[in-house]
Design a protein around this ligand. Sequence first.
Ligand SMILES: *Cc1c(COP(=O)(O)O)cnc(C)c1O
Length: 446
Amino acid sequence: MADVTGGPSLPQERKLVTSIPGPKSQELLARKNAAVASGVGVALPVFTVAAGGGVMIDADGNSLIDLGSGIAVTGVGNSAPAVVEAVTRQVQQFTHTCFTVTPYDGYVEVAEKLNEVTPGDHDKRSALFNSGAEAVENAIKIARHYTKKNAVVVFDHAYHGRTNLTMGMTAKNMPYKDGFGPFAPELYRVPASYPFRDGLSGAEAAEQAILQIEKQVGAANLAAMIIEPIQGEGGFIEPAEGFLPALQAWANANGVVFILDEVQTGFARTGDLFAANHEGVVPDLVTTAKGIAGGLPLSAVTGRAEIMDSAHSGGLGGTYTGNPIACAAALATIETYERENLTERARQIGAIIDEFFEELAKTDDRIGDIRGRGAMKAVEFVESGSKRPAAALTGAIAKHAGEQGVILLTCGTYGNVVRFLPPLSISDELLREGLEIVADALKANA
Ligand SMILES: *Cc1c(COP(=O)(O)O)cnc(C)c1O
């Protein structure tokens, strides 16, 4: 199996030739358990040999439907031809110099592109990094340097990464924080907007958050406020309309850098190139990663020139930041989102998922909420006739799906959300087949 070529020309089918995980994956899993630190868990223990379009081929020759995109990364599909070509060309030219030793044009071109496509038409600058967490850390560094203030406001249900600073910014204890402290100081958490659970309008939720910030932190101490426009790991929580614009207005009026973490929502995923565009929100800084480079590790902070330029020369960087291969991949990836009109494709995918679960919800009251936008959709499961989170059911659905050859991710502070993040290269047929398996899982766990 090891010589299978990935990409969209793989047969687009769900095909099981062994049980999941098959014998080869089980053998590899035993080696993994003996060699890899146990803290590095896996959601579905099937080992990948190729992927593309909407499928993943495992070591035993099973073909699984991919509804996760490696956590919202392969928006353009795995081994997308334009990405493969760009990476191949770059890897033959040079693989690394360190941009802060001798620079190269690919980095500059990615910065130019990000300055052009991110929300707002003000003068912008970008800086590139490796991971989403690293971008978030740098956005905070920059905001503190610019404002000469320390405090940072984060929200309930937030996820910003696993490094020390971003772990402290992340809300959920297990598995991200438990026993890994102490956490960085000057982080203040305030309520978010969670319409299904708080029942507040956007204006009410914003008023509640702002009041808490003013009373417990004080704008004079506050460098930055950072929020995901749709909260990802926290449960694909789409804030009530008006929430984000109200936060932006308050931050702008109070000398607070308003940062949107679009690491998961960015790059066509939500049916707009960025989720901020939905309500015309314009962040001072935006962090991006995941969908940016077709699977290669790259992240960025993009924002107002006067804020981005406040850090002294040499203050930002890193050995691998803005790696030339990742930059080549990013340019090909962003071009693919535009050329293939993948924002529209994300909306179509969202409509299919909505329609499917709205129908199912008519006869199954464990479907508490269907939400999200575009190809970033989720279903929150509850115990019948209540809003009590149904985490065990959610786990059982993901397990059933995996066994039936569908890669399905869960999320949520309460562990009761199934999230759909298919590659935008998936076919309608494959997507519908994947959703049917979720419906079967619901029946099997009645
Ligand atoms: C995944 C994620 C991060 C962290 O990105 P890594 O590349 O895993 O470090 C940060 N913010 C959000 C919103 C994310 O979804």
